[in-house]
Design a protein around this ligand. Structure first.
Ligand code: AMP
Ligand code: ZN
Length: 136
């Protein structure tokens, strides 16, 4: 399979592994957006959040806090972002992964949400809520 993270799992291409158990692997993101930027992946090849099964996501998110605590202990960041990208153009590697991004003063990393509160009517909130519930 032509998947770069499966190749990392198989040791076919090198990586800086920080954690491994039966189901999960964590290694440094090659870009090191900030110091300690780490990716957590399931060993099982799953492309994205839409296709992940409960066991696999449970394994991944059982490991995430362990690694988050290690990053906090190791680098004393001011905070930590957890990011998961799905589908193009956000996602570039189609093997599910969670980014752990320790944050530092003036680290230049741009990760923010937009605040539209005040611009949206209550009816619209109700409409959006209903649409999601109807899709579950
Ligand atoms: P995305 O799919 O946009 O959530 O991001 C995929 C991430 O994988 C990017 O941040 C890349 O820097 C990272 N990446 C790609 N190839 C490698 C590699 N060989 N080793 C470590 N990280 C990688
Ligand atoms: Zn894969």
């Amino acid at each position: 399979m032509d998947c770069i993270f499966c190749k990392i799992r198989e040791g076919e291409i090198p990586s800086y592994k920080v954690y491994e158990d039966d189901h999960v692997l964590a290694f440094l993101d090659i870009t090191q957006g900030t110091k300690g930027h780490t990716l957590v992946i399931p060993k099982k090849h799953v492309p994205n959040v839409y296709e992940v099964d409960e066991d696999t996501i449970t394994h991944v998110f059982t490991a995430v806090p362990k690694i988050a605590r290690a990053l906090k202990k190791a680098f004393n960041p001011i905070g930590l972002n957890i990011v998961n990208n799905n589908d193009r153009p956000l996602q570039s590697v189609f093997h599910f992964h969670v980014h752990l991004i320790p944050r530092y003063e003036d680290d230049g990393m741009v990760l923010s949400t937009k605040n539209n509160f005040g611009k949206i009517e209550p009816e619209t909130f109700i409409e959006i809520t209903q649409k999601i519930k109807d899709s579950l």
